[in-house]
Design a protein around this ligand. Sequence first.
Ligand SMILES: Cc1cc2nc3c(=O)[nH]c(=O)nc-3n(C[C@H](O)[C@H](O)[C@H](O)COP(=O)(O)OP(=O)(O)OC[C@H]3O[C@@H](n4cnc5c(N)ncnc54)[C@H](O)[C@@H]3O)c2cc1C
Length: 176
Amino acid sequence: MNSGHSGNSDGVDVAKQLIAQGMRRQDLSRELNRIVSRHLKLNSSAEILPDPENRLTLAEARDTAGVPKPKVSVTMDAYTRAGLARSEEINREVLKRLGSNEVRSNEPYLSNAIIGGTARMGTDPRSSVVDPYQRSHQHPNLFVLGSSAHVTMPVNAPTLTIAALAVRTARHIMAT
Ligand SMILES: Cc1cc2nc3c(=O)[nH]c(=O)nc-3n(C[C@H](O)[C@H](O)[C@H](O)COP(=O)(O)OP(=O)(O)OC[C@H]3O[C@@H](n4cnc5c(N)ncnc54)[C@H](O)[C@@H]3O)c2cc1C
């Protein structure tokens, strides 16, 4: 994905560097435009493998109401790391062929925007919370619709899947 000017090609960072070099006014504006208009960012995302150790549990610490705080445990598996390393090679090759004279790269990082999996879907009540129609194994009159039913989570855009599964569940409820 080309996600425009952010991260390594953040215009604010470039402006700070130029100001630190003593550049001001029209010279600053001209140089900033010259550099930033030539930036291109390539970004690759990967869905990490399902791992029972990636989980939400209760922490010892409590909030002001005395409710235990959530403890989130997440690590990135070797398969995903290898995939991201390969995608970085490809991105570097694309930038090279475009004639780039300076290429910078970020370390792989975990996105914190897409949350799910706390009521994971499955057919076995010992390893899942809801069935494939998002009906609670424990309480048959309870349906849990949303990203909590997902067993893995992409880096972006689960909302259409959430909506599609909700429609599927609604049809199932109406048919039973
Ligand atoms: C910064 C950010 C950017 C994102 N960008 C994208 C994107 O570009 N594309 C995409 O597809 N997804 C994106 N997502 C993810 C997407 O927003 C979520 O995956 C999706 O909203 C999850 O839907 P949900 O119904 O499971 O949960 P939510 O949307 O969180 O809905 C849960 C609802 O339950 C309510 N609730 C909670 N507790 C109670 C309670 N005790 N009683 C009654 N109601 C309660 C909450 O108020 C909330 O309205 C983004 C998320 C974030 C944070």
